[in-house]
Design a protein around this ligand. Structure first.
Ligand code: NAP
Length: 315
């Protein structure tokens, strides 16, 4: 008889791995499809100071290694591949990866989100040559250099703060006259002597030959275009959820976030969501972990509701 799993978790950041830990302890024998880079966004983070339980802080990759080890110890099976498609209209649901096809009675979507780009051709040309969306990953390459950051939210402030440790000068470029970042972060950034601000400006083009040497910027109030010198551009204009593969299968909002019906339940019965794939607001490791826990409980409740056959026959 073909195997029908009780639950498959798609994604292996704090949301997915916490869901796995709780599902494993609930005897649901979870399978996690990790994606090709297991661990999610914390894998490209250094110091994590705000995850409770680590009094001296912890490195992002180390925290994720611990979560993976904990999920495995409790009996989670991991598949280190990307999902290529899902069929949420069939029962059981079908999930295809590059090399396998899984059938499952329930799914937890925990695919997270990734950085947004400005959409300039020159931005793509200089990716890895001065253009980045991760100060923690790439900031140290620009010691003593002039660094530009575009954006006005919490991410931009955090990036600027981190980059101010390396750059001789950090210039935050924002398209409006005020930031949307939380006041405390704005204050922290404004108190750094080497962080400067260019308000009411957009980045029109990244300039350079083999590496970034400057930016073409436009004053949105006057329309005036000018060039400024910069050795790097860090794009910090928000994130987009990694939910492309769910289009047409599950209700998504106009920004691609999974629409939540009740706690972690989605528009498809038996499909649940945890973490940044449905969270535009908090986007923290600990809130992702919290929703992962909730999703695991909701899966358990759902499987009881549909009276999961104990002999493994499909319902
Ligand atoms: P965000 O709050 O959506 O801010 C994005 C910023 O980029 C805005 O200032 C926006 O300008 C600007 N922007 C967007 N598209 C742009 C474009 N095409 N060109 C130029 N500028 C553009 O995103 P976020 O900063 O990533 O934060 C998202 C959520 O995560 C927030 O809830 C935040 O609180 C949370 N977060 C928290 C922390 C923390 O340390 N607690 C850290 C990071 C993120 P406008 O203001 O004009 O729209």
């Amino acid at each position: 008889m073909e195997e029908v799993l009780k639950v498959v978790i798609i994604g292996s950041g704090p949301a997915g791995l916490t869901a796995a830990i709780y599902c494993a302890r609930g005897n649901l024998e979870p399978v996690v499809i990790t994606g090709r880079t297991p661990g999610g966004q914390l894998m490209i983070t250094t110091d994590v100071d705000d995850f409770p339980g680590f009094s001296d802080g912890i490195q992002g990759p180390e925290l994720m290694d611990k979560m993976i080890a904990q999920a495995k110890r409790l009996g989670t099976k991991l598949i280190y591949e990307d999902v290529s498609s899902v069929n949420l209209k069939s029962h059981p649901f079908i999930i295809k990866t590059e090399t396998s096809e899984l059938k499952t009675r329930s799914i937890i979507i925990a695919t997270g989100a990734s950085a947004k780009w400005l959409g300039l051709p020159s931005e793509q040309k200089f990716l890895g040559k001065g253009v980045s969306a991760c100060a923690v990953c790439d900031g140290a390459f620009f010691k003593g250099k002039v660094i530009a950051v575009v954006g006005g939210g919490d991410t931009a402030m955090r990036e600027a703060q981190h980059l101010s440790k390396f750059g001789s000068r950090v210039l935050v470029i924002h398209r409006r006259g005020e930031f949307r970042a939380q006041a405390a972060l704005q204050e922290a950034v404004k108190s750094k002597a080497n962080i400067k601000f260019l308000m009411n400006h957009t980045v029109e083009e990244v300039l350079g030959e083999s590496k970034v040497t400057g930016l073409k910027v436009r004053n949105v109030q006057t329309g005036e275009v000018s060039e400024i010198q910069s050795d790097a551009l860090f794009v910090a204009i928000g994130h987009q959820p990694s939910t492309e593969f769910l289009k047409g299968e599950l209700e998504l909002d106009d920004r691609g976030y999974v629409v939540v019906k009740d706690e972690t339940r989605t528009s498809v019965e038996g499909v649940f969501v945890a973490g940044d794939a449905a969270d535009q607001k908090y986007r923290q490791a600990v809130t992702a972990a919290g929703t992962g826990c909730k999703a695991a409980f909701d899966v358990e409740e759902y499987l009881e509701e549909i009276k999961l056959p104990t002999d493994g026959t499909p319902y």
